[in-house]
Design a protein around this ligand. Structure first.
Ligand code: DAH
Length: 344
């Protein structure tokens, strides 16, 4: 029996020498040391021995199994370290690498300005007309004729207006005022609407002029609408947009679609009215055009000018943004230079 024990131990040691990974160790343990393992088979037969032999063989068996056990343990931890290191190498993470930068966009200052202006007029009871009533590609009828613009008006000139090749009378709108006609066609007053959007003009591009820019058109038609209503609404708009301390003035002017017409100036934000380059020395900056809707325009859309009256206004969004944020070149809004856009 003693020899048997020693043979098993020798076999186990040989197996262990050939082992190269943790799963080999598990196999060896199962083969020799488990309940059904070879050593246990021997221990089961101890009961047939004399007391003396039981003691000698028993303790030898214990000694050998303990030796095997500790050899297995040692190999196990050796393999465990080896396998862990190999795994760590393949799964290595370089924590010194910089993280991935995800740039976050910003709302364009013209969008912010438009939203702000729209919100002010909404708070005064105006609503935005649907986009389809405010097309950027218009017929001359909506851009000029229906607005009482004479056939020989210089604004119709190709030098001012972009004509398309779709048809002779199709233009890129040069003003949002055509939206007034769309807003009134087939509808009955009261009509109280605004319409923001792009307009196009055949301009020489410079710090003050771009051939694409944005306007907001406004229109209020009802019974008994007066110039006092116009002044009240626009003064309130300017007070909210520029702050109550900025002086404004109404200056009489002319537009074919309004009578009487006016332009609204605010005191120059650069020089506080003293006169500078921005305001050409006048101390004032024009911010919008307005007036009482010309009876001819009401007639065109079938609204009786003897019953109804109204006012209209139009303003350049770039101009209002430039005045508020002290931007001195309109082209900055269109160049998409992040150094500029990030400041808003
Ligand atoms: N459409 C004019 C322009 O582009 C601005 C304007 C002036 C609009 C008077 C109006 C208005 O509605 O009543 O210069």
């Amino acid at each position: 029996m003693k020899e048997q024990l020693e043979t098993i131990y020798k076999n186990a040691t040989e197996d262990l020498e050939k082992a190269s990974k943790i799963s080999d160790i598990d196999e060896i343990r199962a083969k020799y040391l488990s309940r059904k393992g070879e050593f246990n088979e021997i221990k089961k037969n101890l009961k047939n021995l004399s007391d003396e032999d039981k003691r000698v063989i028993g303790s030898l068996a214990n000694e050998i199994t303990q030796k095997l056990e500790s050899a297995l343990k040692e190999k196990y931890s050796e393999f465990y370290r080896k396998e862990l290191n190999a795994k760590l190498l393949t799964e290595r993470i370089d924590i010194t690498l910089p993280g991935k930068y995800t740039p976050v966009g910003k709302v364009h200052p013209l969008t912010t300005t438009t939203n702000e202006i729209v919100a002010i007029f909404q708070s005064l009871g105006f609503s935005v007309i649907p986009q389809e009533q405010s097309p950027e590609v218009e017929t001359e009828y909506y851009n000029f004729d229906a607005l009482n613009v004479p056939k020989d008006h210089p604004a119709r000139d190709v030098q001012d207006t972009f004509y398309t090749e779709i048809a002779k009378n199709v233009v890129l709108r040069s003003q949002t005022s055509g939206a007034q006609i769309h807003a009134m066609e087939g509808k009955n007053p009261p009509i109280r609407v605004i319409s923001p959007g792009r307009v196009y003009r055949n301009e020489n591009i410079n710090a003050r002029k771009n051939n694409l820019f944005h306007q907001i058109e406004g229109l209020y038609v009802d019974k008994d609408i007066t110039f006092g209503d116009l002044k009240g609404v626009l003064n309130e708009f300017i007070r909210i947009y520029f702050g109550s301390s900025r002086p404004t003035r109404f200056r009489s002017s002319f537009f074919p679609f309004t009578e009487p017409s006016a332009e609204v100036d605010v005191q120059c934000i650069m020089c506080e009215g003293k006169g500078c380059r921005t305001c050409s020395g006048s101390g004032w900056l024009e911010v919008l055009g307005c007036g009482m809707v010309d009876p001819n325009v009401l007639k065109v859309v079938g609204i009786d000018p003897d019953v109804y009256s109204g006012f209209a206004f139009g303003m350049g969004i770039e101009r209002l943004a430039m005045l508020k944020y002290a931007v001195d070149d309109i082209r900055l809004f269109f160049n998409n230079d992040e150094r500029f856009l990030k400041q808003f």
